[in-house]
Ligand binder design. Structure first.
Ligand code: FES
Ligand SMILES: [Fe+2]
Length: 397
């Protein structure tokens, strides 16, 4: 991870360790080490390393050897959270609280962990969630609907900085029959993204069911990265029952074309998806050869925000970090609002834009609220806001 060669293990007392992969003695790989009651023992000459890098034994050395007191092996702290293991690779004196998003603490929510490796630079994979236009084309119009037909309707998309520029959220508003469907999605710097329900359909009213995915996209090295996160399963999501827990796990997730292993090259040509599109950009996509358009505003914002954060950290500042609410969880933006607004003789694109802005504003304003009451409040404020729009002549009464 992050350009470092590391070995992850669980010792016989059940503790996880993440150590530099090459032994401090003569550099053989600790991935051939033998796990011990406490730590891991190098296979070559038996040096024993604790999970914090303390050298516990150098058995071939004389008792008076000072190696154990003068040397510490590289190690990072690890913790498990709902399946995946997380490591903090920054300076120890700046260790942050573990970031628990509100979506990771929902009652009755089943979080199924997954991870996917991409043989590509992390940025072109990480910026994809700020590009909802690809859902119109790649996922729907070009390929006859990976999810539901409503995804092919042209949306009105707007992108917004989060407070203190800790991330970006977008509002993605479209008409589908009698409904206006607004999705909010987010990227929090440096690497967290949440899309709403991946199988959402705009065929009834809904007020802010939460996310289908919480994921981190992390560089392995310059030319490869790993997505790690969870698929969320609960009764408010995926009402059409298209998701499949059995297809979620190591190297797999339950929607089409997300890995390089499940399909042949020809199948990828016939029905391309995210994997083909992002791998197709090359090992490290060349920004100088791109032609960004108006649909790429979120991608451009993401790159600017990251560049700004990288420069700030290089100058000694702390990285941008979202703040938790009183309950200790970080409130997030992603969800769907689907509201019945029959078509009328007003400018419908302008209407979609107004409803999108209304939902975005309400979602942002309700961030400080307890999760248990936020959803009902979002419904109340969106309905009231829509009535006000109607009174102003922007929406049908
Ligand atoms: S190389 Fe690991 S103990 Fe010698
Ligand atoms: Fe996608």
């Amino acid at each position: 991870m992050l350009g470092e060669d590391l070995v992850l293990f669980r010792d016989l007392s059940g503790r996880h360790g993440l150590l530099h992969k090459h032994c401090s003695h003569r550099r053989t790989l600790l991935e051939y080490g033998i796990v011990a009651e406490r730590g891991i023992r190098c296979c070559y000459h038996g040096w024993l390393f604790d999970i914090d890098g303390t050298i516990l034994e150098t058995p071939g050395e004389p008792a008076r050897s000072r190696i154990r007191e003068t040397l510490c092996h590289g190690a990072y702290p690890v913790r498990e959270r709902d399946g995946p293991l997380f490591a903090y690779l920054g300076p120890p004196e700046k260790t942050p609280d573990f970031p628990v998003l509100d979506t990771m603490a929902q009652p009755g929510n089943d979080m199924v962990p997954y991870s996917i490796d991409y043989p590509r630079n992390w940025l072109q994979v990480a910026e994809n969630p700020m590009d909802p236009w690809h859902s119109v084309f790649l996922h729907t119009r070009a390929t006859r609907a990976h999810f539901n037909a409503a995804w092919g309707a042209f949306p009105v998309v707007e992108w917004h900085w989060m407070e203190d520029r800790v991330g970006i959220y977008l509002t993605n508003s479209r008409r589908w029959n009698e409904y206006v469907w607004v999705r909010t999605a987010e990227n929090m710097f440096p690497a967290v993204a949440q899309p709403p329900d991946i199988y959402q359909d705009a065929d009834r009213e809904l007020f802010f069911p939460r996310v289908g995915i919480t994921k981190w996209t992390v560089p392995v090295d310059d030319r490869s990265c790993r997505i790690t996160g969870w698929r969320h399963f609960n009764p408010t999501l995926d009402r059409g029952g298209k998701g499949d827990r059995a297809k979620v796990g190591l190297g797999k997730v339950d929607f089409l074309g997300q890995t390089g292993t499940e399909r042949s090259h020809e199948e990828g040509q016939r029905m391309p998806s995210d994997y083909e599109a992002q791998v197709g950009q090359g090992p490290i996509t060349v920004h100088a050869e791109e032609t960004l358009g108006s649909t790429d505003k979120g991608v451009a914002m993401l790159r600017r925000g990251l560049r700004r954060a990288i420069r700030a950290v290089a100058a000694g500042e702390d990285p941008p970090r979202a703040k938790p609410n009183a309950d200790g969880t970080i409130p997030s933006f992603a969800g769907d609002v689907i509201i019945r607004v029959p078509k009328s003789n007003v400018d419908d694109v302008a209407l979609q834009r107004e409803v999108g802005r209304l939902v975005g504003r309400v979602v942002a304003e309700t961030l400080p609220m307890p999760a248990a009451t936020r959803q009902a409040e979002i419904e109340r404020r969106v309905r009231a806001g829509l009535a006000a729009l109607g009174a102003a002549g922007a929406a049908p009464g």
